[in-house]
Ligand binder design. Structure first.
Ligand code: MN
Length: 734
């Protein structure tokens, strides 16, 4: 494709001007300067690049910036960051350059975007895609990163046609799985709808076409219908002096398809293919009052279905949506949804919180774009809302307590918040943890106690000469690292104590004292120690030296030692919690969807969900709902390819029914491991072994155990007990 440079440059200049013109926020001169210089930098950085379609690369960042500026309505910092979003990833510029040129605000956002984009390139396996999604949610230091990423994805979806076909499907599935739900959560409804429809076009082209054509065909009928609706209410509305517009709002292709599938109905039978939207002018004061006035007029003429009234004006959705929805029996005796919104509410619905900002400006309670972003952050972190995609719902809270870091090979590890470099080392492998000498985070040498943050690259430096020391316990967070360090310290202590015992025997012999229970008891008292192990250990370490032993022997030999004086020992034994078997009997029934309905269902055989497991339902064509664990190996592909067939599911109530769980063990082979494992399982009341097999190769064993348990609590306890066994390194649920 040969286009003269001049024409291209003209096009670039034109696009740039349009970007400034369409910005939803009013731009100050300072804003314009910032955007201009971001634009110049981006043009220069991408000067030699072209997109798959052949056009100059810079047109992509400009388009993304336009979405950010107009459709989402973000500030100048975000527009600049959008222009620069691919600069670090693809060109010779680095983060320091951007910091110097644009300050830390813009640079930080671009850095976040770069991380995400690097990450998605590395994501080939489904496991990583799942982690990617988690990471995306933890990376929201600045929520603008996620918003600009959504804009980036929207433009990529809009231009997906020039990608090879296999990539189209992959990108489209990822969009349905990750970006559409995120957009929804943030309140970017129109973008969410556009993303869904664009994705659907590539994942199911023929269904997409067929529904699209049917919608086209029914357009005229729809317009007629809205006209007859308007005619009935317009007189009454006018009489009240209301200024309003009545519009038809078509359901998206994607959501019509979802309805057809979940309700198993034909296109013609989807009754709410479109809604009537009444948008009215109002002042801040009478806005709510007018909404109910319109409601009253509409229901005077059409019978409402009282179960379908939604008042999001009195209590707006957490993502900011406000409106009054009611379904009425409209003309031709057809149910139709009526959405009543003021102009302000309408703008919020289209643009999300950016519109809030605009409307709050000028009043004394100016919330400002920053508080909008803060609010969004909250929305992302706390989810009291009930968005369509339950996956989001479930996982966001979980993620707040996790961080995600990279191994040198680009794998992602999840660790609890507060985990240190040493925890990371132990999470790689016990052997790695035991020999950790140091760590590098993002290339820099750091102490082992360094607290890790999401997105950091961590590399462990090991040495054969390293042994765990007691102070390691001060800063590891994970119980895995703690228990491994403790047991290593204990072994070490035992070894030293054994040497100490022999050395003590020799030394006492010279002092004419025999090493026996009596002398040991007196030494314990003399040195104020609790156990013989403590004594031998100190001798081994040399903290009880020859001089002190000599002093003891003087005492011992010379005096009427008051052997019988009982010493009141401090009861400083650690309080051990009485770990009672807790048989939780709260889960025995599965319920589905928002309404917690019970549906015909079966447990999917791929993951053997048991009561209490986090699960989701997958609507099959012939077999009702199949229930999978949320971490089922098939979950990702189901969710990304058939997001619309996923239904929320959860366990309620109680049961004593037994369920099967399969545990996979691995670790270092030692004699007797099999009997220790079986012993440990049979010590757990309420667990039965169904099947057990062990394999051993090169000193590493793997075992598969199928057990019957009553509930998740018992299973968790069993797993924990197995992990305590010496040699057992990993216990996973199949
Ligand atoms: Mn991009």
């Amino acid at each position: 494709m040969i286009v003269s440079e001049e024409i291209e440059n003209k096009e670039i200049a034109k696009q740039y001007k349009e970007l400034l013109r369409i910005s939803y926020q009013t731009l100050t001169n300072k804003d314009k300067k910032l955007i201009r210089s971001a634009f110049d930098t981006a043009v220069h950085a991408h000067r030699n690049q072209r997109r798959k379609s052949g056009e100059p690369y810079i047109l992509h960042p400009i388009s993304v910036a336009k979405i950010v500026a107009q459709e989402i309505g973000l500030d100048a910092t975000s527009i600049a960051a959008a222009l620069l979003h691919d600069v670090i990833e693809d060109t010779e510029y680095n983060i320091e350059d951007l910091e110097k040129l644009f300050g830390t605000g813009v640079a930080k956002i671009v850095e976040g975007l770069t991380k995400i984009s690097k990450l998605s390139k590395e994501n080939n396996t489904s496991l990583q895609a799942e982690n990617f999604r988690k990471l995306l949610l933890t990376l929201n230091d600045d929520v603008r990163v996620i918003i600009i990423k959504i804009a980036d994805r929207l433009h990529n979806m809009q231009t997906l046609g020039s990608m090879p076909e296999h990539k189209q499907v992959k990108i489209a599935s990822e969009t349905l799985y990750i970006y559409a739900p995120l957009s929804h959560r943030i309140g970017l409804y129109s973008i969410k709808t556009e993303l869904e429809d664009l994705s659907f076009k590539y994942t199911e082209p023929s269904n997409y076409e067929s529904i699209k054509n049917k919608i086209e065909d029914s357009k005229i009928d729809q317009q007629e219908y809205i006209k007859s609706f308007s005619e009935i209410v317009e007189f009454a509305l006018a009489e009240e002096g209301l200024e309003y517009q009545i519009k038809g709002r078509g359901k998206s292709i994607f959501s019509i398809n979802r309805k057809m599938i979940t309700q198993n109905i034909a296109f013609e039978n989807v009754f709410d293919k479109f809604a009537v939207r009444i948008i009215y002018k109002a002042t801040h004061r009478d806005e709510k009052f007018l909404a109910w006035k319109i409601y009253s007029i509409v229901t005077d003429h059409f019978t409402p279905n009282p179960t379908r009234l939604r008042d999001w004006i009195t209590s707006p959705k957490t993502n900011g949506y406000e409106a009054l929805h009611i379904t009425v029996m409209g003309p031709d005796n057809k149910w139709v949804e009526v959405q009543i919104r003021s102009e302000r509410m309408n703008e919020i619905a289209e643009k999300g919180y950016a519109a809030h900002h605009k409307y709050k400006q000028g009043t004394q309670k100016d919330i400002g774009i920053d508080s909008w972003l803060d609010k969004l952050q909250e929305v992302l972190e706390n989810n009291t809302e009930n968005p369509v995609d339950f996956v989001e719902n479930f996982k966001l809270n979980l993620y707040a307590k996790e961080i995600f870091v990279f191994t040198p090979t680009g794998d992602i590890k999840s660790l609890p918040k507060g985990a240190t470099a040493l925890d990371f080392a132990f999470s790689i492998h016990t052997e790695v943890g035991m020999k950790t000498r140091g760590a590098r985070v993002n290339g820099k040498l750091v102490p082992l106690s360094k607290t890790l943050k999401s997105g950091e690259h961590v590399e462990v430096i090991t040495s054969e000469n390293i042994k765990p020391t007691a102070n390691w316990l001060d800063f590891v967070q994970t119980s895995r690292a703690k228990s491994k360090i403790k047991s290593s310290l204990n072994e070490e202590k035992k070894r030293i104590a054994e040497d100490g015992r022999e050395s003590l025997r020799r030394k006492l012999k010279q002092l004419k004292i025999a090493l026996n229970d009596k002398s040991i008891a007196q030494m314990l008292r003399y040195f104020n120690l609790n156990t013989s192990l403590d004594l031998f250990y100190r001798i081994g370490l040399g903290t009880i030296n020859n001089k002190q032993l000599k002093d003891f022997s003087n005492d011992f030999n010379s005096t009427f030692f008051n052997f019988f004086k009982k010493r009141i020992r401090k009861q400083n034994q650690e309080y051990k919690k009485d770990e009672k078997e807790q048989i939780t009997q709260r889960y025995d029934t599965l319920v589905f969807g928002k309404e917690n309905e019970s549906l015909k269902h079966a447990l999917a055989s791929c993951c053997n969900a048991i009561p209490g497991d986090p699960v989701f339902g997958f609507i099959t064509i012939n077999e009702g709902v199949k229930v999978h664990k949320k971490d089922c190996p098939n979950a990702l592909s189901l969710q990304s390819n058939f997001a619309y067939r996923i239904i929320k599911a959860k366990w309620v109530d109680s049961s004593s029914d037994e369920f099967t769980a399969i545990l996979k063990l691995s670790g270092i082979d030692n004699m007797g491991i099999v009997s220790e494992v079986t012993q440990s399982i049979s010590n757990n009341m309420s667990v039965n072994i169904n099947k057990l097999s062990f394999d051993s190769e090169d000193g590493i064993f793997t075992g598969l155990i199928s057990v019957s348990v009553k509930n998740k609590t018992i299973l968790n306890r069993l797993v924990n007990n197995l992990l305590k066994l010496k040699g057992v390194d990993k216990v996973l649920r199949e």
